[in-house]
Design a protein around this ligand. Structure first.
Ligand code: CA
Length: 380
């Protein structure tokens, strides 16, 4: 649930833009951040409590919410270190629908078949789509984030870059606590306050989260993903999901021929063309990015048993195709310069391996792939 992907970077947003990240290799999970004393922050919190009280937050809620809260320099560091770059669609899809994410998605679809079936029949949103969102937002619950949300949001609101956005998220988080859906200690998420299996930000939680288990609490933080997955489906339904219609599909596929598409798009040339339907735009309400919507749609198709895209992408800016980049990674790893996998996505691990190889071979250290480098590796 990404209101603005430049500011919320835990799950899939980290793959889209503005979040750095290390290619296909796992990005280190955020360590629980430690708070440090900060008099300016304390003064800000004292003033904020007055504004929150005026918006209906009780003293009891404010006191318990801020009892363990503090200024988190790690959050500001993450906010400042967002590099602005956009992955190619090819790289994005290679990560979003990696073999591992597809395999785990199929496993989750089996493991939670009953739950996902009930969610599908309740909200009319395909279980594969809900599962794909789960996979992209938190790797099926494995990366829900462990940063205390009240501390994170108050730190960002105090810091002031987009202060009003984060103050409104903080007020919403306090409303969640006041409603009794969870406790301050349990309310953890990404460094920017996206929470639970499907990474809802607090305002979206208030507007769309549902209690699917019927225990009276909308618990998206639980190990049990029921409320979170149903909340994602509820969000898509309320955003206009058309039951029974596909998101779209690669031009030429059966899904792409199932009606009159809204448009044909080709985000990367040369590369596959996609016929898109209304549901494509509904997925974009979750995260306003064509790459994200294609990632969800394609991952859902793969989880549902579909194959890879038929049309290859052309060579990248360095002149290498996906097969070339995989070969480069395989050859580097075989020589002892471990790229941590060979998925064809040149991320930080691959760049480090290239640099180490170049250093050992007495070459200029660029860390960048090239046809020349691949040729050299082929020659032994
Ligand atoms: Ca519940």
């Amino acid at each position: 649930m990404i209101a603005d992907r430049r500011f919320v970077c835990l799950g899939l947003a980290a793959l889209v833009a503005g979040c750095g990240g290390g290619g296909a290799a796992p990005v280190a999970a955020p360590k629980r951040m430690a708070s440090v004393p900060n008099a300016g922050y304390d003064a800000w919190v004292a003033a904020f409590k007055g504004r929150a009280a005026a918006k209906g937050i009780s003293q009891g809620t404010l006191n318990s919410a801020f009892r363990g809260a503090g200024y988190l320099p790690g959050v500001i560091e993450r906010d400042r270190n967002q590099t602005e770059f956009t992955r190619t669609l090819e790289d994005y899809l290679a990560i979003a629908a990696s073999d591992e994410r597809v395999a785990t998605g199929k496993e989750m679809l089996r493991k939670h078949a009953g739950l996902l079936g009930r969610i599908e029949s309740t909200y009319g949103v395909d279980k594969e789509i809900v599962t794909a969102i789960w996979g992209l937002e938190s790797r099926y619950g494995a990366r829900r984030g462990d940063v205390p949300v009240i501390s994170a949001l108050s730190t960002l609101a105090y810091d002031g870059r987009r202060g009003s956005f984060f103050e409104s998220q903080l007020i919403a988080a306090l409303k969640i606590l006041q409603n009794g859906d969870t406790s301050a200690g349990n309310m953890v998420g990404s460094w920017a306050g996206a929470m639970g299996h499907t990474q809802f930000i607090p305002t979206s939680y208030l507007a769309y989260a549902v209690d699917f288990t019927g225990d009276g609490r909308r618990d998206i933080w639980s190990e049990n993903p029921a409320d979170a997955l149903a909340s994602a489906a509820a969000y898509l339904k309320r955003s206009g999901w058309v039951t029974g219609q596909p998101w779209g599909g690669e031009v030429g596929s059966a899904a792409a021929r199932s009606g009159t598409p809204l448009a044909i798009i080709q985000p990367q040339k040369p590369g596959p063309q996609f016929a898109i339907f209304k549901n494509f735009n509904v997925i974009k309400r979750y995260n306003n990015s064509d790459s994200y919507a294609l990632g969800v749609g394609h991952l859902a198709d793969r989880i549902g048993g579909g194959g890879p895209l038929k049309t290859p992408f052309g060579p990248d800016a360095t002149g290498l195709t996906l097969a070339d980049r995989k070969e480069l990674q395989t050859r580097l790893t075989a020589k002892g310069f471990d790229t941590q996998g060979a998925d064809g996505v040149i991320g930080n691990n691959s760049k480090a391996a290239i640099s180490a190889y170049q250093r050992s071979a007495g070459l200029p250290v660029t860390g960048e792939p090239s046809a020349e480098l691949l040729q050299r590796l082929r020659q032994g």
